[in-house]
Design a protein around this ligand. Structure first.
Ligand SMILES: Nc1ncnc2c1ncn2[C@@H]1O[C@H](COP(=O)(O)OP(=O)(O)OP(=O)(O)O)[C@@H](O)[C@H]1O
Ligand SMILES: [Mg+2]
Length: 397
């Protein structure tokens, strides 16, 4: 009984404690909830601010990009090269003014496939041909009134067609070529007249050895000038786009026999023997005048750069798609380091020796140009001290 109120008191204080504890827990939880809400709100605000901060420069960058694109397009419209940019599927993304004018692309063609937008069949076939290639360049093409070099380049993302206007260079080159051709033609007659006068004088001076010696030298120089003029005329003829290439069937053996016959005096003087290893039935397809220039120059070289008593062989091989004609000699050969240059104009391996032999240094450049006009190719094999073989390949059709 004595402990009853204490117990009562204890019971009450235990309840109080429990209530206080519950309130404390409730308040702590509430505080925590508020703190959490405040924390997440702050984080949200911070994130929003960060996004805002991030977005602002992005917008600025985009507007700068748009300006740059416009600027680039304006700059590209001023240049004399044509540019067509396509997506990986061949849809036009960008064209500049020169390309639009040349290929008749309309402004509303952006987004269309190149074969719908470009109104030039040749260019469409060129893109088709090289669509999956990384790089391709074509020889100049005439489009409308312009000479254009076409280059196609491609990577994973874009394909670009570049049109380079060669018209001004071409005009200048043509002027130069015309000038050389005209001068050569103008010089031909007076040089021939001079040669005739010198030859007559030489006859008159038979009994004056000193005078005859000088005249002989003068005639040699005139002969050189005559050859030079002849070679320059042949070169400008081969370079001229107006020169018609007439491909006909040629019986090779009699044709080569005629060339050899024309050079027989020279060969006899050098004591060089010429063998023709060509079957009777051998036929080739070429322009007679052009093919004559090739054979004359190659056989002339094979005699000229041969040893005394040496040999020249002119032969023929029938290959699958082309024919091979070779001219081999037993001369001193051409040093390897000189071979890449011998087809250049006025290039001579031994300047003094070649000049003494009456060479102008234009013969092989004529050969190279002539073979290009016949859509063929030329190769050289040479061994110093043994001889040289020039091989030309001509298409069968
Ligand atoms: N068969 C050959 N053997 C050795 N060297 C050669 C042969 N053919 C050409 N060459 C060398 O190449 C050079 C260039 O030959 P190219 O025919 O162009 O000129 P060229 O014979 O000197 O003069 P051109 O033929 O105009 O009268 C020659 O000067 C010569 O040095
Ligand atoms: Mg020559």
């Amino acid at each position: 009984m004595i402990n009853f109120p204490k117990i009562l008191f204890n019971k009450r204080s235990g309840k109080l404690e429990a209530i206080l504890l519950a309130i404390t827990i409730f308040l702590t939880t509430l505080t925590l909830i508020f703190a959490y809400i405040a924390y997440t709100e702050r984080k949200k605000r911070e994130r929003a601010l960060a996004t805002l901060r991030l977005n602002r420069p992005k917008e600025e960058k985009i507007s700068q990009k748009i300006d740059n694109t416009k600027l680039l397009a304006r700059a590209l419209s001023l240049i004399r090269e044509g540019i067509v940019v396509m997506d990986p599927y061949g849809r036009i993304i960008f064209t500049n003014k020169f390309a639009r004018e040349l290929l008749d692309i309309h402004p509303e063609d952006i987004g269309k496939f190149f074969y719908q937008a470009i109104r030039n069949f040749d260019v469409i076939s060129m893109i088709n041909e090289s669509f999956n290639e990384k790089y391709r360049a074509w020889q100049e093409k005439k489009i409308k009134d312009k000479y254009v070099q076409i280059i196609f380049g491609s990577d994973m993302d874009e394909k670009v067609l570049l049109l380079i206007d060669l018209t001004p260079i071409k005009k200048y080159e043509n002027l130069k070529k015309d000038f050389i051709a005209n001068v050569s033609h103008e010089l031909k007659t007076p040089v021939a007249a001079m040669k005739l006068s010198l030859e007559t004088l030489e006859e008159e001076c038979r009994d004056k050895p000193e005078a005859e010696k000088f005249l002989r030298k003068a005639i040699e120089r005139v002969n050189y000038m005559e050859q030079l003029i002849e070679d320059l005329i042949t070169l400008s003829m081969l370079e001229s786009v107006n020169f018609p290439v007439k491909i006909v069937e040629i019986k090779l053996k009699p044709f080569v026999e005629r060339v050899v016959h024309d050079l027989s005096e020279f060969a006899e003087k050098k004591e060089v023997k010429i063998e023709i290893e060509i079957p009777e039935e051998a036929l080739i397809k070429a322009d007679e005048k052009i093919f004559h220039a090739i054979m004359k120059n190659l056989i002339d070289n094979a005699i000229k750069y041969n040893r005394e008593g040496g040999n020249v062989v002119v032969g023929f091989r029938d290959l699958t798609r082309e024919v091979e004609i070779y001219v081999c000699d037993t001369g001193p050969g051409i040093p390897k380091s000189h071979i890449p240059f011998i087809f250049e104009r006025f290039y001579r391996v031994e300047r003094s020796r070649s000049r003494k032999l009456g060479g102008t240094g234009l013969g092989l450049s004529i050969v190279k140009l002539a073979i290009e006009r016949l859509r063929g190719k030329v190769e050289v094999e040479s061994e110093e001290g043994k001889g040289t073989c020039f091989k030309i390949y001509l298409p069968k059709s």
